[in-house]
Design a binder for this molecule. Structure first.
Ligand SMILES: CSCCC(=O)C(=O)COP(=O)(O)O
Ligand SMILES: [Zn+2]
Length: 233
């Protein structure tokens, strides 16, 4: 009888809340929201010094726990978009880790986040087109209360104006790393970063908070777009 190796045990668990089980389940839900269709987008989860990340360029609604990459945090040498990363476990197939990895790393390094979500939601994309400048903003909406200062702090009030910076897209996802980091430094209270004509990155202390905030932000992008198109903003 063969025993499971230490590396494989990082993704094999009967616990539905284990990140290797959760990421496929959450991605299926995100797919049905239109957040991760066409293989793009996804979610990563960091539990202390261990990060779980899905593969790149695969149908995100069909990924399995054994498709998961597991990385140490921090990396022994800081990852740059184009240098090799260190893995605790990688899938046997010819898979590559998500191209969003350097962007997810911004959320860990700059906000101490426990999870980061990237969506290609059309609400986010439309918001970046109707707000032509460097930021999206909206006020007087109840769902603002579901968003936290910096994504990890205390919740905003109904009286606050929600502001999300917008960065310009690049041909390769990895190359968004520096401009996303600059936006996070310029907007220390922002809970996410929009990418024009592309989508949004949202983070939180854990996957539950990251998911809830992404839902609130997506709602606010959608209603903002509708209000603008109805000339109500
Ligand atoms: C049609 S997806 C284009 C690439 C992209 O925007 C993306 O988010 C890729 O994510 P992945 O996890 O598949 O590397
Ligand atoms: Zn993307």
């Amino acid at each position: 009888m063969s025993s499971v190796s230490d590396a494989e045990s990082l993704v094999l668990s009967s616990d539905p809340l284990h990140p290797a089980n959760l990421i496929p389940e959450l991605c299926r839900g995100f797919y049905h929201l239109g957040w991760v269709t066409g293989t793009g987008g996804g979610i990563c989860i960091r539990e202390g010094s261990i990060v779980y990340i899905a593969p790149s360029g695969v149908q995100k609604e069909r990924i399995k726990p054994t498709d998961m990459f597991v990385l140490p945090y921090p990396q022994p040498t800081e990852p740059s978009p184009h240098t090799d990363r260190v893995f605790l476990r990688r899938p046997k197939q010819e898979l590559k880790e998500s191209a969003c990895t350097p962007l997810f790393w911004n959320a860990f390094d700059l906000r101490d986040a426990g999870s980061c979500i990237h969506t290609h939601s059309q609400h986010a994309v439309m918001a970046t087109l109707l707000w032509a400048g460097k930021e999206f903003s909206i006020s007087h909406q109840e769902m603002i209360k579901g968003v936290r200062i910096a994504g990890t702090g205390k919740a905003l009030s109904y009286l606050d104006t929600l502001v999300v910076p917008i960065i310009e897209n690049t041909p390769n996802e990895e190359d968004l790393k520096d401009s996303m980091a600059e936006a996070m430094k310029a907007y220390p209270e922002a809970a996410g970063v929009l990418v024009r004509r592309h989508g949004v990155y949202v983070w939180g202390n854990d996957w539950q908070k990251a998911k809830a905030q992404t839902e609130c932000l997506d709602y606010l992008f959608e209603i903002g777009v509708k209000l603008k198109l109805a000339n109500l903003l």
